[in-house]
Every structure is written in C-alpha cells, then in structure tokens.
Design a protein around this ligand. Structure first.
Ligand SMILES: Nc1ncnc2c1ncn2[C@@H]1O[C@H](COP(=O)(O)OP(=O)(O)OP(=O)(O)O)[C@@H](O)[C@H]1O
Ligand SMILES: [Zn+2]
Ligand SMILES: [Zn+2]
Length: 830
C-alpha cells in the first residue's frame, strides 16, 4: 500500500510555512517514523533539502503523479519526538511563528549531525578470492559493477555523503544491498567535539586464535603474546589502559592489528556518572514549611491531573533546598528534571549547589556553549547520562526520555520570555509540556509576577507559601531615605548621609555591603550646558552613555561608540557635562569617601569574559573586598553570609521607566536586592534612596507587602485592560527605509480593518497605532508598531487575520526590506 508523509522543509522563505506531501518509497516504508529527518527534492531544481516528518498517512489529497518521493532518511532515530511535534503545532498557533522557528529550538544548529553511508562488500562477495570476485563482477550490470568497483577501490569501505553520488538510481543500491552484493550501513559524524575512544579486542574468539596463528605461520613476539592473553580475559579494553597496564608501545598493538589478530574500534566516549547519590555537600534538615512544600509536590508526582505549582517563598526561605529535594525524589522514581534559571551566567552559586549535591548527572546548558558542547549535552540527555539539566529557557526543549519535573526558578524574570522567534513564554510552554506529559511544573519566586499570581488566585495553580526565612531571622529592615530632603540639607552626593554612615559602620564591624544601581557606565548622557546639545547614537533613537575610562559615549543598544570632544560640536562651548549616574561613577565616588576600603564592581562592562563574574564573586565571598557594587546582575540568587547591609541607590530610575510593567519591576527588584542581606546568622538591613517616597511600589516593597502591592497593581491593570486581563499582541515593523516602514504599517492597519469589517466588526478601539515605537530607531532600523488588545474581539479571530496578513499575504501587504516581529504579551512595548 502506498504511504505518504507530510513534512516541513527547511527553507529560508517564511511564506512556505506549510506541510508538504511526499511519497514514501517502498524501501523506507518500514523504517520511516514520524519525527524523522529526511532528505527530499525541493523546489524547481529539486535541490536535496532537509525535511521533518510530521505525519504519515495512507491517503494523499494530491494525485500520485504530482508527488515527489523522499530520497532518504537522515538519522537512524527520529530527532523529534511525538510530543515535540505536538508542542510545535501548539506553539505555532500560540505565537504565530513558523514550524522552522520551533524546530530550531528542539534541534539546535549545534546538533547538525553529518550523516553518511558506509558501503562494504556484501556477504556474497566478501570472502571471494580475487579471481572469483572478478567472475562475479562480470555477471553484474554496468551501474552495479561501477558501485562494487568503487567499494573495492576504497579498500572495501566506501564512505559517501549520499547514495546518489555513486549511483543515480538509488533503488539499485538498495537492491544490491538486499542481494548481499554490498552491505549498506549508516554512520554518523558530529562536526565538533565529540570525544571518541579507541578500544581493542581480539578479532576472533579465543579458541580460534591459536590455530589461526599456527595455520598462517604468524610470528608473535612475547610482548604481543601478553597482549593477546590479556585480551582473551578482558572485553572492550581502552587502548590507553592497555598501553599503561602492560607497558607496551602502540606499535605492538598496530602490528597485531596488521596481522589481523586484534581489531581497533573507535567508540563514543562515555563519562559514566560515578555515584548517582553522592552527598558531597551537607544536606540541610528542612523546616516544616519546606517539608510540606516538598510533600505536596512529590505526593502528586504520578497523578495525571495535577495543576502546576507556584511556590511563593520570601527571599532566603530555602526554595533552592526545596527544589533539590523534589529533584532527588524524582530521581529515585526514575524521573529526570529540568531546572530553569533566568540567566545561567548570573547563577554560578546555584549551579555549584546542584553539582555538589547530585554530581556528574547534572548537565549545564548555556547560551555560550559551543555548537559541539551543545550537541554533547543533548546527546548526554538522550542517552541518560545527564538526568538533571540546569539552564536558561532554551533548556526546556532538551530531549529527556522520562521527564518528571520542570522547575522555573525566579519565574517572574523577564528573560523567561523569548525575544527571538518563536517569542514564547517559558511558563506557558512548560505548562503545556506538563499537561501533555504529566510532568510536575514548579514555579518559584519571592516576587511572583502579577500576571501569574492572578492565575494562581483564580485557581490555575497550587499555591504554596513559605513565609519564614530558613535562618528564622526576620527579613532585613528597609529604611527609606528621601533624597529631596537630602538635597535641601546640602548633600549633593549620590550617597545620603544615612547610607554613608551605615556603610562605615558595617565595614568597620567586619561585615560586607552590596550596593545596587540599575545603570552601568559612568553617566547617563553627555550634553552641552550652553546650547543643550545631547550626544546621541547615530543608529538608534537613544542618548549615549558616558564611559569615563575611554572618554567615550556608548550606545547600549547597538554598541556604537564615539569619543567625546573637548568642545560642543554644535556651539563650540566647553561646557560639556555628563549627567546622571552609573555604576562606574558610584565606584569612583565611593572610593573617594572610603579610600581604604576595597570595592568590587559587577556590570555588563566588566563581566563579558567567561568566568569573570565568578572571579569577582569569589573575591567578594573570600572577603577580599568589603563592598560590591552592581546592576540587576547581582539582584538575585546570591547568597553571602557576611552581607549585612544592602543599599539601593536610586529606586526612581526603575520607577520612571516608561513601560507598563515598570512598577512591578521596581517592586520585584527592591524585594530581591534587599533579600541579599542577612541571609545567615547575622541580621541585615537595607537603605533605599528615592525621590518618590510615597509611590505604592516603594511603600509596599519596604514592608514586604506582596499581597498589598498585588492589590494596587491589579486594579491599574484592569483599568487599562493590560495583562492578565487581556492578551496584548504587538507587531513591530522595522527597516532601514523609513518611508517603506510607515507605508507597510499603514497597509497592515488598513488590511486588518478591511478584513474585520467584512466580518461585521466596526469598532477598532482595540487597535493602537500604527505609531512609531517609543524607541523609534534601533541599529539604523526605523520602528513602527501596531498594538492589539483582545478585549473586544476573539483572540483566535485576530490571530488568524494577523497571520494571514503577515505570512500568507506578506508580499502584498508589506514593502520589500521590512521586518515584521509579532509578539504575544511582550515584556515591554517600547
Ligand atoms: N532548612 C534549612 N536549614 C538550614 N539552612 C537552610 C535551610 N534551608 C535553606 N537553608 C540555607 O539558607 C540559605 C537560603 O536558602 P536558599 O538559597 O535555598 O533560599 P532561596 O529561597 O532560594 O533564596 P532566594 O530566593 O533569596 O535566592 C542558604 O544558605 C541555604 O543553604
Ligand atoms: Zn553646545
Ligand atoms: Zn545605537
């Protein structure tokens, strides 16, 4: 019976985001499975192209004559699992992305296997003498003969990338394979970093070997005899072990190989986990709140209809210990875990804790991993050598065989929303995986996002609270300093008198200080006091940040950098002055006030090198410095016993950020940063400097009143129709040519209105725009935006129309050279 495959083809063009039907040739019928990567002829030139099988059907809507055939299967096992395909279909609908966008997540570029065929002589030809072989060859037809000759010329082991290269008619080759003229097998090669190890074994059974030596009059030295004896008693010996154990040279072995007594074989390098449950770090005794959190989750692990869990536990409440306990339980039950962190390079301490507890079955996924390393991690996961994977949002797609738990630590963090296609929400995807595959999904945070907390309150989560710090100490007291008053009292410094006093006291008593400022660089911007000239990025609609050490203005969006001249380029005056503060300036001023104190700084500018963040944090931990200054990078996950004072230098910078989530971010940051103080035996306190002492985000944060903040914030969200009450769908149209960008944006608006009017909709209040984005230019690209709220309209109808316009009708609606970016519930709408 004929069978057909529906497949996705890897192609650069978006407009072919569709399933294509191919005929499955008979010889592949048994082997081909859904999820297989295949080779297909595609396009007019029938270019061999990669495809991914989504469905296998008995019928086809198209006539047989019009269908092309699959050429071959590319990997032995399907790379995409059935559940991956299900997830892809769901994501495509949810995020209006393409099949390939999703496939690239699950089948990362780093995992390109180079597959090739190995052709040996088949059984019916292999053992023949040269003359007999010649006679047999003459019986074959020309193309068959050609193939066999090629195999013979390659010393009986021909390696080809695709079968067509040795015979146009690949069916012929399969036929020859069936008739045992040749022996066809698959081989794989990964491009990079796959470690292979050479193993030695006897080439025949030990009973036969002595006869063979005698019969063929082979001379064997005493050393070689030792080797053979050793191999008679041991299987699969690594060549290096053999050399060490018997103190022999490699030559002795290769000479045995030449005499066909031993075979050498390269096999994958397996790093076996030595002990799965070695307890290298001491396990803490969990307190009652922790135990009940663990019990709730583990007791339901095998339930089919469990809800996801949300752990709302104050900073330092021991959430990480709870996660580890859940992971350990899962392991004992044979289940694997994914542990997601907002940004892997910012969480060295968490990685250490997991590795110390679980040893070598912990794998780390990293955006900075090389292709080869990513590949290795995926393989290790597939083969069960890694059972716990810690990583950023992309680790969610690791191909575990029996996933039991997904943990999303600090789930409120913005990095869980992807900014690249597909622009997925990690939480949504995790919940989908959880639902479909009965995986326990655990979200944890001291400051849940308003969106997710709303869902928890409406019963979509099992909400678990941990209200006490693990050290049983109260949360650090937060003292507010009104910077307006500071100014009237004659203090022009960035540091209030109170903060200076507390820093002094803390340092003198041998404790440590963390100072937080949300902006790197030296100053915010440089402008002319005489004419108001402002140094701005040439490529972006952004003012340049001043960096003192290089005396340059730098764009934090595109990297553009320019020397700051002595005189104003506009009016020639010498009154150029940096305004605002960044971490560099803080460091400089602080060193001026405390000349004898050692200060460390952590921001993007000095941690881009791999390992540099760890280095600074280690120095701080060892007490080499008393003060650590940093940006968001130090706001979460850090656990230093000696830190008793945290200073938040300007809460207003976050508050005044022009985005609807800025109050929420402020509340979260203040809570998280404050949480770095007093985590062990010593009590901590916090000083928060602000010009806006009355803002509800500040007032609620200083009392650790999460529920109060939530109540304030949710009212505003409701009033404005923001998330979680509505989905917000943003379409950004960008391009180097401003005119075509504007035209495209207007075209899009008109097309949508037209299609909606056809469906009887006449009120378009839910569409905002088209307008230029708040940041109207980034990296020389002009940006326009259309924003949709689904309060008056069914989301699926809206999405259908947008997809139709942006993908199917793309070439009609949009001008050449514009990019379209669709984002469902974006983090920010700037
Ligand atoms: N039951 C316990 N007994 C003793 N110490 C504990 C216990 N639970 C946690 N700790 C310790 O308390 C500190 C804080 O715990 P942990 O880092 O797990 O908290 P967290 O809730 O993840 O913190 P945060 O959200 O603030 O990053 C750690 O040093 C941890 O080892
Ligand atoms: Zn000027
Ligand atoms: Zn720029």
């Amino acid at each position: 019976m004929e069978k057909y495959a529906q497949l996705v083809v890897r192609s650069k063009s978006v407009s072919i985001d569709d399933l294509f039907t191919y005929k499955i040739p008979e010889f592949l019928l048994c082997d081909l499975k859904v999820g297989h990567r295949v080779l297909v002829p595609f396009g007019q030139g029938n270019k061999p192209t990669e495809g991914f099988v989504f469905e296998i059907n008995d019928k086809s809507k198209l006539e047989d004559g019009k269908l092309k055939q699959i050429i071959d299967i590319l990997d032995e096992n399907p790379m995409l699992r059935v559940e991956d395909l299900e997830l892809i279909n769901w994501m495509r609908n949810r995020y209006l992305c393409t099949y390939m966008d999703c496939i690239n997540l699950m089948y990362p570029k780093g995992y390109k296997l180079n597959s090739y065929r190995i052709i040996n002589l088949g059984d019916s030809l292999r053992s023949l003498s040269d003359t007999d072989l010649y006679i047999e060859l003459e019986k074959l037809n020309n193309s068959q003969k050609e193939v066999v000759e090629k195999v013979i010329n390659s010393k009986g082991r021909l390696k080809v990338d695709n079968l067509e290269s040795i015979c146009k008619n690949t069916n012929e080759i399969y036929k020859m394979n069936k008739e045992k003229l040749i022996d066809l097998s698959w081989a794989y090669e990964s491009k990079k970093n796959e470690k292979k190890i050479c193993y030695v074994s006897l080439s025949m059974s030990k009973e036969k070997i002595d006869d063979y030596i005698v019969e063929n009059k082979i001379r064997v030295t005493e050393l070689q005899r030792n080797i053979l004896n050793f191999l008679e008693n041991n299987d699969d010996v690594e060549i290096n072990d053999l050399l060490d154990l018997l103190s022999v040279h490699r030559q002795s072995i290769t000479s045995l190989q030449k005499k066909k007594l031993v075979t050498l074989e390269f096999k994958d390098y397996y790093r076996q986990p030595e002990h799965i449950f070695t307890q290298q770090s001491k396990k803490v005794k969990l307190n009652e709140e922790q135990i009940s959190a663990v019990q709730k989750i583990t007791s339901e692990m095998f339930n089919d209809d469990k809800k996801p869990y949300m752990i709302n536990g104050v900073t330092g409440s021991g959430k990480t210990e709870v996660y580890m306990e859940i992971i350990e339980y899962a392991l004992e039950q044979g289940l694997d875990s994914i542990f997601l962190v907002p940004e892997i390079s910012l969480t060295p301490q968490v990685i250490d804790r997991l590795k110390n507890r679980f040893g070598s079955i912990v794998g780390v996924f990293h955006s900075k991993l090389s292709e080869g390393q990513r590949h290795d991690v995926y393989r290790a996961v597939r083969e069960g050598r890694v059972r716990i994977l810690i990583g950023p949002r992309s680790a969610l797609f690791a191909p575990f065989n029996s996933l039991g738990v997904i943990i999303i630590d600090e789930f409120h963090e913005g990095s869980y929303k992807s900014e690249q296609n597909p622009k997925f929400s990690t939480i949504e995807v995790a919940k989908f995986i959880g639902l479909k595959n009965k995986v326990s999904v655990v979200l944890g945070s001291a400051t849940p996002s308003v969106d997710e907390y709303y869902r928890a309150k409406s019963g979509q989560y099992n909400l678990i609270n941990i209200r006490q710090r693990a050290n049983k100490k109260p949360l650090p007291k937060i003292e507010v300093v009104d910077m307006k008053k500071e100014l009237t009292n004659g203090n022009k410094s960035i540091f209030s008198f109170r903060l200076q006093e507390e820093i002094k006291r803390t340092v003198e008593s041998g404790n440590q200080v963390i100072l937080f400022l949300n902006r790197r660089g030296y100053a915010n911007f440089v402008s002319c006091r005489s004419c108001g000239f402002l140094f701005q990025c040439e490529n972006c609609d952004i003012s340049l940040t001043y960096h003192k050490e290089s005396n340059t203005g730098r764009c934090h969006y595109c990297g553009y950098e320019v020397k700051i001249p002595k005189k104003c380029p506009e009016c020639d005056s010498e009154y150029l002055k940096p305004f605002g503060v960044g971490t560099q300036k803080i460091e400089e001023e602080l060193q001026g006030i405390f000349p004898n104190v050692n200060i460390l700084r952590v921001d993007k500018d000095n941690t881009s090198k791999k390992g540099s963040l760890e280095e600074i944090l280690n120095k701080f931990e060892s007490g080499e410095a008393q003060i650590l200054i940093g940006t968001q990078m130090i706001s979460k996950g850090l656990d230093f016993a000696n830190v008793t004072l945290v200073g938040i230098l300007s809460a207003d910078m976050m508050l005044n950020f022009p985005d609807f989530k800025s109050f929420e971010s402020t509340f979260q940051l203040v809570t998280q940063v404050s949480g770095r103080a007093g985590r062990a035996e010593k009590e901590g306190n916090v000083i928060l400097q602000t010009y806006d002492t009355n803002h509800y985000a500040i007032r609620r944060a200083i009392n650790y009143d999460f529920d109060g903040f939530y109540e304030d914030e949710i009212k505003i969200r409701k009033a404005f129709g923001y998330t979680p009450f509505n989905n917000m769908l943003s379409v950004v149209i960008s391009g180097k040519n401003e005119k075509t960008v504007i035209e495209s944006a207007k075209n899009m608006y008109n097309s949508i209105v037209y299609l909606l009017e056809n469906r009887g909709i006449n009120n378009f209040d839910f569409i905002l725009g088209p307008n230029p984005c708040s940041i109207s230019k980034i990296d020389k690209n002009y940006r326009w935006q259309l924003l949709f709220k689904d309060d008056n309209i069914e989301i699926n109808l809206l999405k259908g129309i947008i997809k139709y316009i942006c993908i199917t009708k793309r070439e009609v609606v949009f001008r050449k050279g514009v990019n379209i970016s669709i984002d469902i519930n974006p983090n920010s709408v700037l």
